[in-house]
Write a protein that binds this ligand. Structure first.
Ligand code: MTE
Length: 312
């Protein structure tokens, strides 16, 4: 039986906007100060270098202004902490190092990486991506990190692996884990060809600094053609499998959240329209684009999957 319970990121747009406005400027500035202190603790040369050395990858242009960092780091979804958009304060206690990433399942080289060792084996770069939450808010962020395809090359998935599943951290600082309703841990997944697509980007930095805990530091994924819930934060395990995984929100509400979850303005969520999106910061409403505007890079992944529910 589907238990219908209102979650923060299901709040209709009309109710979300006033909540954002409640964050007064003073609170935002205080937040930015606290964040830079957190950043200094975890700052590492490897995370910062790509942004400064080469600039953003020119292949992916956002066509929009960057979202001011004070908005993208203080208006978040991270249910392990709590279901408020203000969870960033609580997340500051979440330690980002040492960080282990386990690789298991159908893979030639199962292993556990120390994150800093892994970062020495990949090419870091910066990419500016748009992010579209299923709740209809959107942001544009300069991420730094590395293509997931680089990790695939290191660990060598077996030909039998059809899907990759991401499992995220469970930590004593996360009081949301005590909420009995949710099927923790938070898990997400991709088909192997999606994971191998160059757009699938493992993120370790944002705005030229380490990703703060509230945005999924020290390791998250960015999948900008999909609704934001696919972009799992604070990843601790990657499993290769031949079975399509049931993912976190799909498990809770299969009629509302699917496995593919590609952005499409013409396919409404059962309870609201997806035609437009609200830009964090300005609160301007703009039209949403299919695949969040990244169709040139990803639409081909779905040409043989037309019978699937690709857009929920
Ligand atoms: N990852 C974990 N582990 N827990 C979460 O609650 N929320 C998702 C996604 N990844 C979530 C998560 C949702 S709904 C969105 S929109 C994005 O993270 C939000 O990312 P941001 O807070 O960095 O904007």
């Amino acid at each position: 039986m589907l238990i219908v319970r209102r979650r923060g990121w299901e709040i209709p747009e009309s109710r979300v906007t006033p909540e954002a406005l409640m964050l007064n400027r003073r609170a935002l500035l205080a937040g930015a100060g606290a964040l830079s202190i957190g950043g200094a603790v975890t700052a590492r040369a490897e995370d910062l270098a790509p942004a400064k050395a080469t600039g953003p990858n020119p292949k992916y242009t956002a066509g929009r202004e960057l979202t001011d960092e004070k908005f993208s780091t203080t208006y978040n979804n991270f249910y392990e902490f709590n279901d408020s958009k203000n969870m960033w304060k609580e997340a500051q206690a979440f330690k980002q190092r040492p960080w282990a990433l386990k690789i298991d399942g159908m893979v030639k080289q199962p292993r556990t990486y120390d994150l800093d060792d892994l970062l020495k084996q990949v090419q870091l770069e910066e990419r500016i991506y748009r992010h579209r939450c299923v709740e209809t808010w959107a942001m544009t962020v300069p991420w730094s990190g590395f293509a997931l395809s680089q990790l695939l090359a290191l660990v060598e998935p077996l030909a039998s692996a059809k899907y990759v599943m991401f499992e995220t951290a469970q930590d004593k600082t996360m009081r949301g884990l005590n909420a009995p309703f949710y099927p923790w841990p938070y898990t997400e997944g991709l088909a192997m060809d999606e994971a191998a697509n160059d757009m699938a980007f493992m993120v370790t930095g944002m705005y030229g600094k380490p990703v703060p805990p509230q945005n999924g530091g020290p390791l998250r994924i960015a999948l900008p053609w999909k609704y934001g819930f696919k972009s799992a934060k604070s990843i601790v395990k990657i499993t290769f499998t031949d079975k399509k995984p049931t993912t976190f929100w799909e498990g809770i509400g299969p009629g509302e959240y699917g496995f593919w979850a590609n952005v499409n303005p013409t396919v409404p969520h059962p309870r609201w329209s997806q035609a437009r999106e609200r830009l964090l910061g300005s609160n301007e409403m703009v039209p949403t684009q299919i695949y969040n505007g990244y169709g040139d890079f990803v639409a081909g992944l779905y040409s043989d999957r037309k019978s699937e529910k690709l857009f929920m």
